[in-house]
Design a protein around this ligand. Structure first.
Ligand code: CA
Length: 466
């Protein structure tokens, strides 16, 4: 046999193997899909499964009840942009200088660095080379300059806006900020109807278009972030609530839930439920400004008490993630990136310097122990550490505050002086970590620092309103 014949024979054999592989391909052999649903400024206690009496959220509850919900789930920052920088990279954003919210350029700081540092890889950057199509629907808030654009950070598709929020009813062709036009790289965006509905619709469209390939969808809702705007129809459902802002807020969360339901239904209809991991969180705690309720937690968005950083936290994957499980060890939004990457078949190495871990082996019992003995936060002038049940908060204008979260979930009793050794030990750990971190690459507006300290002295609603 001459060489030509051998090559032809081998070629024919390979072609047969390929055709056979194509015929036997079924969805279960495919890499899993990931849908990462993020609410914005949602109060911890404002969902059915976290205790709300006023707002019914059957769809988000279903994700929680049919999946695993985490009672000690944290974000790495109490405000939007750094929280997103953390969970999209799996690294505590403080370790690459993204401590602060994006807030215009400041004296002495180079505005070209006002965004997620280009040294960092997003979940999309990591999944894309593994054959994933990656889409972002909604809010970005990781830099407005071209170099920070989501399409340059691993995403193949983008329907949304790069800023921190948006008007729910309008945009203008030359509008800026909350009135900026909706950007999209794969279709001409239709006029906004109600933004939360439009995002739900685009998420469903993404799922239907990409059902035959592994996908990562970042469903970045901005409900219930301000501006406080709801439809008349949804407001009517809450007409019994006297406080107008709270009424609007409840209507906004209700509409968020409806659209989470649309995503769940699309996954079901396309037969993808057994091959899709759905995660849900809020990017930070609820602020006073949108009439949210973080009960039973004290504090709010922007501060490091539990109300600022402990959030509703769900993983759902039919047949893989335990159904109806409540996981109580502390976990962090930094865990999503390694969870997705490793579940997709990738490897997270030491060089990736991720602070998060893959949660799947912990929740299905393969791995014993806790995912995190310690969690640390640094935000503008504040810092905090949680070590087991102890939590210490350090502010520049007062003595350190120590709480035992097991006995005092609402952080009402500062027991620092009664437990001076623990206080000293945690201060040392926090201080050592703090000085090892780089200087922030940009600062938050100075006004927020003073306002933030005042928020630690205010009273918060620690029980659910009727
Ligand atoms: Ca937020």
């Amino acid at each position: 046999m001459d060489a030509k014949v051998i090559i032809l024979l081998i070629w024919g054999l390979l072609l047969n193997v390929y055709c056979y592989a194509q015929q036997t391909k079924n969805p279960k052999d495919q890499k899993p899909n990931f849908i990462f649903i993020v609410a914005d400024d949602l109060g911890y206690g404002d969902l059915g499964f976290t205790g709300s009496h006023q707002i019914k959220t059957p769809n988000i509850d279903r994700l929680a009840y049919e999946g695993t919900s985490f009672t000690n789930g944290y974000v790495s920052s109490p405000v939007c942009s750094p929280s997103r920088a953390g969970f999209l990279t799996g690294r505590n954003q403080v370790s690459f200088g993204h401590d602060n919210n994006i807030d215009g350029s400041q004296l002495g700081f180079d505005p070209d660095f006002l965004g997620l540092p280009l040294s960092e890889k997003t979940i999309a950057d990591r999944l894309k080379p593994m054959g994933y199509i990656c889409g972002l629907v909604g809010k970005w808030h990781l830099g407005d300059k071209p170099q920070f654009h989501p399409l340059k950070r691993g995403f193949d598709e983008f329907w949304g806006y790069t800023g921190g929020g948006h008007n729910y009813f309008n945009s203008e062709p030359d509008g800026e900020g909350y009135l900026s036009p909706i950007e999209c790289n794969y279709k001409s965006p239709a006029p906004i109807t109600y933004l939360t509905d439009d995002k739900g619709k685009e998420c469903v469209d993404f799922i239907r278009r990409h059902k035959n390939e592994p996908f990562f969808l970042f469903a970045s809702f901005n409900a219930p972030h301000s501006p406080m705007q709801a439809t008349e129809k949804d407001l009517a459902l809450f007409s019994h609530i006297k406080d107008e802002k709270r009424r609007i807020y409840c209507a906004m969360v209700h509409r968020l839930d409806i659209n989470v339901g649309r995503i769940i239904e699309a996954i079901k209809e396309e037969g993808l439920a057994e091959n899709t991991l759905i995660a849900f969180i809020s990017d930070n705690g609820g602020p006073r400004g949108n009439a949210s309720v973080n009960a039973p937690f004290n504090g709010q968005k922007g501060i490091l008490l539990e109300g600022g950083v402990r959030v509703p936290f769900i993983l759902n994957w039919k047949g893989v993630v335990p159904s109806g499980k409540i996981y109580a060890h502390p976990v962090t939004s930094l865990d999503f990136a390694p969870t997705f990457v490793e579940t997709a078949g990738g490897r997270v190495s030491k060089e990736d310097k991720m602070d998060g871990v893959n949660l799947i082996p912990y929740i299905n019992g393969e791995k014993l122990g806790v995912p995190h003995q310690e969690l640390k936060w640094r935000f503008t002038i504040s810092a905090a550490i949680r070590d087991g049940d102890w939590k210490l908060v350090r502010l520049p204008d007062r003595l350190p505050m120590l709480y035992n979260l097991k006995n005092d979930i609402s952080e009402q009793q500062n027991v620092a002086l009664k437990n001076i050794e623990i206080t000293r030990d945690l201060l040392k750990k926090l201080g050592k970590w703090d000085v090892e971190q780089p200087h922030p690459v940009f600062l938050e507006g100075a006004i927020w620092k003073g306002l933030q300290l005042e928020e630690y002295d205010k009273d918060y609603l620690l029980v659910q309103p009727k």
